[in-house]
Design a protein around this ligand. Structure first.
Ligand SMILES: Cc1ncc(COP(=O)(O)O)c(C=O)c1O
Ligand SMILES: [Zn+2]
Length: 387
């Protein structure tokens, strides 16, 4: 057996500081019920040597295996995910003085950034003995789980809102997952899933209800650091926020790199939500520590239809901790941004990813991004399921 060299040490709840051993299957904090996060041993480690060694490694997110939770190489369930391209968008008419870039996760296996979280969580859960999984999802996380479970020869049940795009439902079935469709949003799908699964013994991979999907998402930040270089990092990253795991993941990546002496200042993180479902933006505007459920949620971006994010405290910390912010954009602007990314730049973005493009003009108008700054938009998924 070959060790990955993972430096995973234990799990910790940032809310109440309870610690939990990492080598047992864990869900949420046993004391307070908030999300648990992985803690790594890094005090005896040189980030300079590590960074140099990365160049020799395969172009997947498992190149960061020391900062990922899997112990044995043979446990890794991979479809070659990660190391997605960063593309220059140049100057755009809405923001001619901004140096605009886009990181494109649309080409990842299963067509979205959800592959990052699922490769990490399925690998680690399989390593700890899990045989069956379930997840409530707006679509992309279900497709990713279905694929990684198939690759791991494990079973998966996915709970999807009835409004989930048909190509995503079809993909889940093709990978062999059992599909349950539920009226309402991912919130109702989550309630139905946990009720139906209570007695079935499958492992719950809901966003932030287990610690390792967030570790996979952390690689978004590690890649940005490696691809741009710590002296050319973006000043700001604009991220389409539903549950907010991507933001939490990037925040954790930048915090770890800073601790290791590999990064001076993290980019400012900005959450973008559709104005029909903007609980994080509302909490941000109110100066609240957590988001309240958003009434009458609606949007054309299924992954952003998350009216009650589970760990909004951590999302808001990531925005505050980097000097970023949160803003909402209308669905009509998201549709226009899908068209513009395609026709101006040749990029097929999901509506979620395109929301970041729609946010550029308001970010400039508010003075949140300034002349000459380098701004990175995160496209989280492919536009193909929406054609
Ligand atoms: C394409 C896409 N973008 C963004 C999101 C929101 O993700 P997060 O939990 O990181 O906010 C989702 C979630 O379903 C998604 O599918
Ligand atoms: Zn706790």
């Amino acid at each position: 057996m070959t060790s990955t060299g993972s430096r995973l040490d234990h799990l910790e709840c940032p809310e109440c500081r309870t610690t939990v051993p990492a080598d047992r299957l864990a869900t949420t904090c046993p004391t307070c019920g908030h999300a648990l996060f992985a803690v790594y041993r890094t005090s005896d480690w040189s980030v300079v040597d590590w960074r140099a060694s990365l160049r020799e490694r395969p172009a997947t997110l498992w190149r960061y295996r020391e900062l990922l939770p899997v112990r044995e190489s043979s446990s890794i369930v991979s479809l070659g995910e990660g190391f997605s391209p960063v593309l220059s968008l140049g100057a755009i008419p809405e923001a001619p003085t901004i140096d605009l870039w886009l990181k494109d996760d649309g080409g990842l296996p299963t067509g979205s950034f959800k592959a990052r979280g699922m490769t990490a969580a399925v690998s680690r859960a399989r390593e700890l003995g899990v045989r069956a999984f379930f997840v409530p999802s707006a679509g992309n996380a279900a497709v990713a789980l279905a694929a990684y479970a198939a690759r791991a020869a494990r079973s998966a049940r996915v709970y999807l809102p009835e409004s989930t795009p048909a190509p995503m439902v079809g993909a889940c079935r093709r990978y062999g997952a059992t599909v349950v469709q539920v009226p309402g949003t991912i919130r109702e799908a989550g309630v139905a899933a946990r009720a139906a699964e209570a007695s079935q013994g499958a492992f719950d991979l809901s966003t932030l209800r287990e610690p390792y999907r967030a570790e996979g998402k952390k690689t978004m930040g590690l890649e940005i650091w490696e691809q741009f270089g710590d002296d050319r990092m973006p000043d700001a990253i604009v991220y389409p926020t539903g549950g907010g795991t991507g933001l939490i993941g990037m925040f954790r990546a930048f915090a770890q790199l800073r601790e290791l002496g590999g990064l001076e200042r993290p980019p400012r993180l900005y959450a973008v939500q559709p104005d029909g479902c903007a609980p994080v933006v509302k909490a941000w505007n109110d100066g609240a520590a957590r988001a309240e459920p958003f009434p009458d949620p609606h949007t054309i971006a299924p992954g952003l239809l998350v009216p009650a994010p589970f760990s909004s405290e951590r999302v808001l910390e990531a925005l505050r901790g980097t000097g970023g912010g949160a803003l909402a954009v209308p669905d009509a602007e998201i549709s226009r941004a899908v068209e513009r990314l395609a026709s101006r730049h040749g990029i097929s973005a999901s509506p979620e990813g395109a929301a970041t493009y729609a946010a550029v003009r308001p970010l400039v108008e508010r003075g949140w991004v300034r002349d000459g700054e380098r701004v990175l938009l995160y496209n989280t998924g492919s536009g193909i399921p929406f054609l």
